[in-house]
Design a protein around this ligand. Structure first.
Ligand code: GLN
Length: 487
């Protein structure tokens, strides 16, 4: 077994026990990245020198007898977390070459837990997309089939983890960007309750929805990674001031016999690939055998989630992205006067999808249309949250497919924005309601020549992520899903 195949927990344990050093492990990843990243395009920036420096520091702490929680384990960071002194692009030409003078709270927390940074991962531009194809820095390939997308917007993080180019990675999820790429690459991806991870230093897309989370090859690794990322932060006014769970230490505490699972009928609909349904059914059968109660529930406003999301998210994006004007930081294209400079900068700096969202957002926020679109969408959002509240009076978790299909071909949907948006049907409702959700792999299916993973989504009440994790863990114990081995 190669060192880069170790999981986060395993690697941390071995480093702490003095069986391997962080420098050895870091080198093993850096070598693999050097031989594969040009093709896979998982990383936009690889910071080899910094990684080795951090690894040496880690090894020193181990030697001195004061190792931290994930001491010395190399991780990858989605390129929208500001990292002091390391380029942070958010996948955009607009921020190419931008080197933040400060560190995001999530990454700061990871370094304080002993992690080593390998680099910054590729992503859809400003996290807008479901295939990673809107990135200015090229298409990321799915290691299960290199003609397919790894999903988006955290596609670089997904491929970095699934292709053993890091032990675990951070992602961000606004409408599904952790859960969907996790499903497409056979990983565990967690979107915590809104407020659980600080947004300080995260490049903003849609502030009322954006939430950081982990991507890893097992439930335990994802839980451990989240424990190291999360926590209250006074620098983010929407950050939740609640005690933090040591999630990874309570995974086996679920009593499946007393578990109540809700299956929302609105998620098992036309458009859902039957092979996905079959895989989810197998997982549910295991829970049934284990004594869990499974009941059909209804979330009647589900069908309005995609339209509401694609009004609210662009509206917030249009406001957030107004800061990129060529004056303060990022790209600047000189024009003949101030207005012309704004125009030229924004025309050159943003890609097509980002421009589309800015236009949609400004339209729905404009006077005369505000009530018809934005206010209406916010009302729908409240109804969607209300649906979930009602159902959670009866069940502990809700289980759904994560995506309607397996990973699609690169180039398959990029010219059809609506088809791309519809990929988010099962992930946007929980985002609008601020709920925690996990995607776990349930199995693989044959699609043409390739074998592709299928993801199952587990949703819980706000701040009941521990329950969802326990369900994910119980599922993991009952299934025979095997992560693709490294090539
Ligand atoms: N695919 C969705 C979008 O394009 C979600 C993106 C995300 O969660 N960042 O908006």
């Amino acid at each position: 077994m190669e060192l880069y195949e170790l999981g986060l927990k395993e690697a941390a344990d071995q480093i702490k026990a003095g069986k391997i050093t962080s420098v050895e492990l870091t080198k093993s990843y850096l070598d693999r990245i050097a031989s594969r990243n040009e093709e896979m395009k998982a990383y936009i920036t690889v910071c080899a020198d910094k990684a080795l420096e951090m690894a040496a520091e880690s090894d020193k702490r181990v030697k001195n007898g004061n190792p931290r929680l994930i001491e010395g384990v190399p991780v990858a960071i989605k390129d929208l977390f500001c990292t002091k002194g390391v380029q942070t692009t958010a996948g955009s030409h607009m921020l190419e070459g931008f080197v933040p003078p400060y560190e995001s709270t999530v990454t700061e927390n990871l370094w304080n837990a002993g992690a080593v940074m390998l680099g910054k991962t590729n992503m859809d531009e400003f996290a807008m997309g479901s295939s990673n194809e809107t990135s200015y820095f090229g298409d990321v390939k799915n290691p299960w089939d290199k003609t397919r997308t790894p999903g988006g917007s955290s596609g670089g993080s997904a491929t970095a983890v699934a292709d053993y180019l890091c032990a675990a990675a951070t992602g961000s999820d606004t409408g599904g960007s952790i859960r969907q790429p996790a499903a497409f690459t056979g990983l565990v991806g967690i979107k915590p309750t809104y407020g659980r991870c600080s947004r300080f230093g995260m490049v903003a897309f849609a502030s009322s929805l954006d939430q950081a989370g982990p991507m890893a090859r097992s439930v335990e690794d994802a839980a451990l990674m989240l424990r190291c990322m999360a926590g209250y932060d006074e620098k983010d006014s929407t950050s939740a001031d609640r005690p933090l769970n040591d999630y990874d230490e309570h995974l086996a505490e679920l009593d499946v016999k007393s578990l109540k699972i809700g299956l929302p009928e609105e998620y098992f609909i036309e458009g859902l690939d039957p092979v996905i349904k079959a895989e989810i059914d197998k997982a549910l059968e295991n829970f049934k055998q284990g004594g869990a109660e499974i009941k059909t529930v209804s979330l009647p406003h589900t069908k309005y989630a995609v339209p509401a999301y694609y009004i609210i998210a662009p509206a917030e994006a249009a406001s957030n992205l107004s800061r990129y004007d060529g004056m303060r930081y990022g790209l600047r294209v000189e024009g003949s006067n101030l207005n012309d400079t704004y125009c030229k900068t924004r025309s050159a700096g943003f890609g097509e999808e980002v421009k589309r969202r800015i236009m949609v957002g400004n339209y729905t926020l404009s006077s005369g249309y505000y009530d018809a679109y934005y206010t209406k969408a916010q009302k729908v959002r409240a109804l969607i949250a209300e649906d979930f509240n009602k159902v959670f009076e009866e069940v502990d978790v809700i289980i759904t497919p994560t995506t309607p299909t397996v990973a699609f071909e690169l180039g398959g949907k990029i010219t059809d924005p609506i088809a791309m948006y519809l990929n988010d049907v099962f992930t946007t409702p929980a985002s609008l309601a601020g709920l925690p959700g996990i995607s776990v792999p349930v199995g693989t299916v044959k699609d043409g020549e390739s074998e592709l993973p299928v993801g199952m989504q587990i949703l819980a009440k706000p701040f009941a992520l521990q329950t969802a994790m326990q369900v994910a863990y119980a599922h993991e114990q009952m299934t025979d899903f095997k992560m693709r081995s490294a090539e």
